[in-house]
Design a protein around this ligand. Sequence first.
Ligand code: ZN
Length: 190
Amino acid sequence: MTDGIAAITARIAELRTRLGQAAPAASTSASGAAFAAKLESARAATSAAPATAPASTTHAHESSPVTGRSKLTGRMRGLINEVDQRFGPFPTIGGWRSDGGIAGGGEHPLGRAADFMLSSGGAMPSAAQRAKGREIAEWITDNADRLGVKYVIYDQKIWNPSRAAEGWRPMENRGSVTQNHYDHIHVSVN
Ligand SMILES: [Zn+2]
């Protein structure tokens, strides 16, 4: 690391010299200083960069609000962070809650489930939002092994790793847009 910083410092000195020689006399001082400042901040960013940088396809934005985040398992938080970075922001991400809303309780009260909301207030999502929902659901199933996925529900269909050969299986009508998972992707992890 020290060698890397020394190399960058040498490079900055070299660029400063070159810029000083190449730029017109009148603007040398100001533009040279600005350029040097940019290089300094780039150098700082390089030094502070984590060992595992996020994939280049991710985009930066504020993290979506997650309900009950502190009661989620590490694996669930990891999946949420990854999906949020890649596809967010979401209106909200439903995490832990005491009432799972299904027989047996499901995984929400265990901190092992998340609902990625595509729309708010129980409204049917737009065609564009639904297309995005399909993209997210497919990405989660494509990465199910790595993410430790137990099952995924979206668009009134369910997908289990253990029954992956059957693909997305239709579910019974539970009544509402939300209960039928038209407006969110539900993910449970092991
Ligand atoms: Zn859910």
